[in-house]
Each structure stands twice: as C-alpha cells, then as structure tokens.
Design a protein around this ligand. Structure first.
Ligand SMILES: CC(C)(COP(=O)(O)OP(=O)(O)OC[C@H]1O[C@@H](n2cnc3c(N)ncnc32)[C@H](O)[C@@H]1OP(=O)(O)O)[C@@H](O)C(=O)NCCC(=O)NCCS
Length: 180
C-alpha cells in the first residue's frame, strides 16, 4: 500500500466494486461529470464495470483509496494513459459521496504524484477536469499543478457543452507533500 497523510492507495478488492459502483457510477450526474464516456446502466458483475480491474492493461493503474485510520474505502484513484516513451500520464480520482469535503483529495493527488514520479519514473503528469470542479482544481494546485489551458466546450455533460481545464506538473517542479 502507498500511504499519504490520511489515505492509503491499495489494490482493488472484489468487495470494493459494488460500493464504488453505487457511489460513483449509479450517480448519473457525478459519473457524467467525471468521465468522458456517455453514462449507461451497467449490470452488477458485468465485465464492462468501470471499477473492474484488468491487470493486463499496462497503461492504466487503478487503486482503491482507504482512510488510513479506519481502513474504510473512500474512493478510487488512477494513473491512466501511461506513456512510457514520453514518460507522461494522467491522474484521476473519485471519492464516495460520504468522503467528499474532508480534504482527502489533496492527499490522494499527492500519493498519485509519488507513484507517477518516483515509482514509475514519469516526467510529466496531467489532470483534466471540468472548469467548474473547484475541489479538483484546488487539490491539483495544492500539489503544484499549473493551469496550462482551457479546452473550450470540450465536454458534453448532461445536455450542454462545458469547458475543461488542463493542469500539468513536471517532475523537476514537484515538491513531495508526503513521505510515502
Ligand atoms: C473532486 C473530488 C475528488 C474532490 O475531493 P474532496 O475531498 O471533496 O475535495 P475537498 O472538499 O477536500 O476540496 C479540496 C479543496 O478545494 C477547496 N474547495 C472545495 N470547494 C470549494 C469552493 N467552492 N470554492 C473554493 N474552494 C473550494 C477545499 O477547501 C479544499 O481546499 P484545501 O485543501 O485548501 O482545504 C471529489 O469531490 C469527487 O470525488 N467528486 C466526484 C468525482 C470527480 O469530480 N472527480 C474528478 C474528476 S476529474
């Protein structure tokens, strides 16, 4: 397990999947805002469930996020789009509704940075989020990510096009916030 100050990032357990599915996928608005894919209902146990792990997929590393003190599942965190030639990757996370607003996100991003830069030797990490996702933007900026641009009307979300913002962090600019 990778440890931050308040969260641990560990392998996905089978019994995490229904909790993540209920908290993140079944909420149509949250799921539509957090992923680029159109929402559709998925049957429990389906191979297509977004929280099902395919260990053979090298470019996509999903973690389950737990509260370090209690061990309770609080969400999901992913290093995705790993490009080992250009040594860049994307950071993504989603917290269960009951775990939001407690400051976990900054710590989750910090641990993903450690995984990306130290464990995987990445040179650049990137975050794309909706321009109105203030908690995600704050968590990115608190870890040193810099706003690099606005992707105008790039996301179709619940009946309208919304802007996304692009944040990047280079290994040389990263100041580790946790000793993992
Ligand atoms: C986005 C998400 C991960 C943020 O996690 P969180 O733990 O709820 O975030 P927090 O409430 O701790 O907020 C993070 C920071 O933003 C600040 N913040 C939150 N709402 C704010 C607002 N409206 N205005 C200004 N600052 C705000 C918090 O004060 C905190 O700052 P701090 O660390 O300096 O105290 C979480 O809300 C989530 O999982 N949402 C659904 C899925 C999602 O959107 N994922 C991201 C897809 S890219």
């Amino acid at each position: 397990m990778l440890k931050g100050n308040t969260v641990g990032l560990r392998a996905r357990h089978e019994d995490d999947i229904p909790l993540l599915h209920a908290g993140l996928h079944d909420d149509v608005v949250t799921a539509s805002r957090a992923t680029a894919n159109p929402w559709r209902p998925l049957t429990a146990g389906s191979e297509a469930l977004p929280f099902q792990v395919d260990d053979k997929e090298q470019g996509h590393v999903p973690f389950s996020v737990v509260d370090l003190e209690s061990g309770a599942l609080v969400g999901t965190a992913t290093l995705w789009g790993i490009d080992n030639h250009n040594r860049c990757a994307h950071v993504g996370l989603g917290l269960l509704p009951s775990a939001r607003g407690k400051g976990y996100s900054t710590d989750v991003v910090a641990v993903l940075c450690h995984y990306g830069f130290v464990v995987r030797g990445m040179h650049r990490l990137q975050i794309e989020t909706l321009a109105d996702n203030i908690p995600m933007i704050r968590a990115s900026e608190r870890n040193g990510f810099v706003r690099e641009g606005v992707l105008r009307s790039s996301a179709w979300v619940m009946g309208e096009f919304l802007d996304e913002v692009l944040y990047g962090l280079l290994a040389r600019d990263w100041k580790p916030a946790v000793t993992v």
